[in-house]
Design a protein around this ligand. Sequence first.
Ligand code: ADP
Ligand code: MG
Length: 188
Amino acid sequence: LTVKYGNIQALQDFSLEIGQGECVLVTGPSGCGKSTLARVLCGLIPQAIPAQIQGQVRVAGLNLLSRPIPEIAQQVGMVFQRPASQLFHLRVEDEVASGPHNLGLENTEVQERTEWALHATGLVGLRRSTPASLSGGQKQCLAIAAALAMRTKVLVLDEPTASLDVPNTKRVMETLARLREEYGITIL
Ligand code: ADP
Ligand code: MG
């Protein structure tokens, strides 16, 4: 994969293969292209952020470069660097339900997915809380829950613990470990 923003080379001849259920950490200095990779994997590049791409990107057989974002969003869940920026609702459970709801699913299916995602991320007790009142780690877990409710098998997180203290980092890492062990989610 090669990605350029105009004259700026963000990724050059980058290759990566991840097996189902693996957890892979991509690490490197600021500006080395980590966020660019994440944006390609959720379809933001090239569909919402202009960039030139060469190469191929496949997730579960789906050629991402030729699929619309709503279809990619059902394969790849994205948690952005500042999770608060992707939270919009007044209650935790509404935040989790909004993705499946927007897919036009039956209410029972929306509820079932919401319950599952709240349980998988340990947020059941906070379901009626306001997202703004949550700790950094809880917000991160809420963004993860909202992605999971789309029933994605792949989760991409950009700097998931960069702004968290030690207890919140622990909470997020434990949640990710559980998602992998119990549900076979592939994590980057
Ligand atoms: P990282 O996440 O590893 O810090 P990025 O993927 O954000 O790296 O950035 C890779 C390179 O692309 C950097 O040189 C950065 O300045 C540049 N870049 C990132 N986003 C944009 C953008 N939207 N427009 C132009 N250049 C960008
Ligand atoms: Mg980055």
